[in-house]
Write a protein that binds this ligand. Sequence first.
Ligand SMILES: *[C@@H]1O[C@H](CO)[C@@H](O)[C@H](O)[C@H]1NC(C)=O
Ligand SMILES: *[C@@H]1O[C@H](CO)[C@@H](O)[C@H](O)[C@H]1NC(C)=O
Ligand SMILES: *[C@@H]1O[C@H](CO)[C@@H](O)[C@H](O)[C@H]1NC(C)=O
Ligand SMILES: [Cu+2]
Length: 329
Amino acid sequence: MRLSTVLFLPLLAVPYVSAHGFVHKVWIGTKTYLGNTPNAEPTNSIVRQIDSVDPVKGADNPNVNCGNDAQLAGDIADANPGDNMSFLWTGGDLSTWPHNIGPMLTYMASCGSTDCTTFNSTNAKWFKIAQIGRIPGDSDGTWFQNRLFANAGVPANVTLPATLAPGNYIIRHEIIALHLATSPGGAEFYPSCSQIRVGGSQTGAPTDDELVSLPGAYSDNDPGILVPNVFDTPPPPYTFPGPPIAAFVGASSSGSGSGSGSGSSSKSGSPSATAPPSSSPTSQPSKGKSCKLKRAPTNTVSKRAEVPRPRHISRIMRDLTLSFGGSAH
Ligand SMILES: *[C@@H]1O[C@H](CO)[C@@H](O)[C@H](O)[C@H]1NC(C)=O
Ligand SMILES: *[C@@H]1O[C@H](CO)[C@@H](O)[C@H](O)[C@H]1NC(C)=O
Ligand SMILES: *[C@@H]1O[C@H](CO)[C@@H](O)[C@H](O)[C@H]1NC(C)=O
Ligand SMILES: [Cu+2]
């Protein structure tokens, strides 16, 4: 009895610690900012602390705003229009990000005239600045998100709009994991909010009709959120949820992060509907081969488990638990 307890508990504990995750680090240019570990004693950070690494489920869930019970953060990072930002997503135990299917989207919201340390974003008006889906030209339909999953320490990259007006902003980076999105309510939302102060003297801003609420911008039946064909071969076009990228973003910036063939957002008239120019840090669409991992889209088991090539013991253990426990994930 005691022996089985000792052996069994760690096996069960691993998946729930590492199977989901959070933003552990943010870079702006060459500066690094540490995130706040969920549920740990809060530290000074620009990243708003969440209280659980679990996904936010349900498009109307209030936690779609900035993540699970997101708190105000104490720090603000200085940034400039056109700066490159990177977001390192990890598992709850700082392991490699555990998901590889679904888009990554980036929104911003003005905190108004006060700095963002006191700004409650519940009623914020958000505009979209970037979105990336599948790697263009990849016949397996590999998603950009897979780069985070397949390579430890690789972040998601976003370029701030080159004409962004100065001010106080929340920047919300979001991964939507779609491995369970074949059923209604299956999509997993992982939003993360950081507080920045943008300098310079640009004048770019969204128009009123490009602003959305979160929750509000998504519905559980949106074609990019309920995706019955997400595992089909050849990979079908993906329709990003939410508003189009704000037009001022595409007008002048690198338009980073919109590399995938999208059925939506076309009315923005933004160049984001096409592959981003090579100056963007996210723009390596023709270099999909730099991603060594090729999924086998016809293999249902590896797709569901999202582990086409387990690389260390905790993933193997998670696989075991998943196959025993069904869709615990
Ligand atoms: C923001 O306001 C909402 C609604 O009043 C409240 O539930 C939430 O706790 C507030 N968030 C913060 C970080 O104070
Ligand atoms: C982000 O940029 C780094 C450095 O250029 C690159 O290695 C990495 O693959 C990029 N991340 C994604 C998701 O493309
Ligand atoms: C952002 O990254 C791209 C690609 O790595 C680079 O060409 C560009 O100069 C960077 N922008 C800034 C402001 O550093
Ligand atoms: Cu997860």
